[in-house]
Design a protein around this ligand. Sequence first.
Ligand SMILES: [Zn+2]
Length: 214
Amino acid sequence: MTTAAACPRCLGPLRPPDLWSNQYRCDDHGEVNPYRAAASSREQALHALATSATVPVWLPEPMPVHWYVSGVGWAGDDRTGPRATALAIAGPSPLGGPAEVVLVAESPGIGLAARLAGIAGPDPAALPGAAEAKVEAAGHPTAMWPLAVPPDRAAFVGEARGVWLWLVLWPADAALLLMEHLELRDLRDTPELGDRVFFGAASAHLTGGPAALR
Ligand SMILES: [Zn+2]
């Protein structure tokens, strides 16, 4: 079960391909890669993504203690395969209260992560100044640039395996603590999740629930 195909840039409804166009279309954003999130069977959806995605499927390894997977989403149609992947994880913030992080890998021009970050997309503007953080992605130290985003969140972007790597984090003040020593592996390399990966309450940020940014 997945959510209905939606625009990756606004979560609006799409017009499916028809006689005149072989692309999904959003009234506001034109031809887009249809976005879907797993509504159930998220573990199977993640496995399917790991074998079909044309971009990385990032998973923290190890997962932060007491954190769980809260959502799985992707953009792309049957012809192209997923050209953007989003994995949400949630758990206790180092500063108290709940926190959530969405890891996105996406080809340029899709706009899934820009929606989550709350910025005009589909891609980040030129990256100013110096990188502020570093994560390890598939064994490579990866510089991450902070973006100016709404105050309830923080967002960082870098490049890994030839496409964008985005991290969008709620709340903002947990961001730097959460990003310390963050190591990511690409599930396409080894799809086994291991016995420390759990699934929990669904992310409103990925499914467009009431807390999601429209
Ligand atoms: Zn749209």
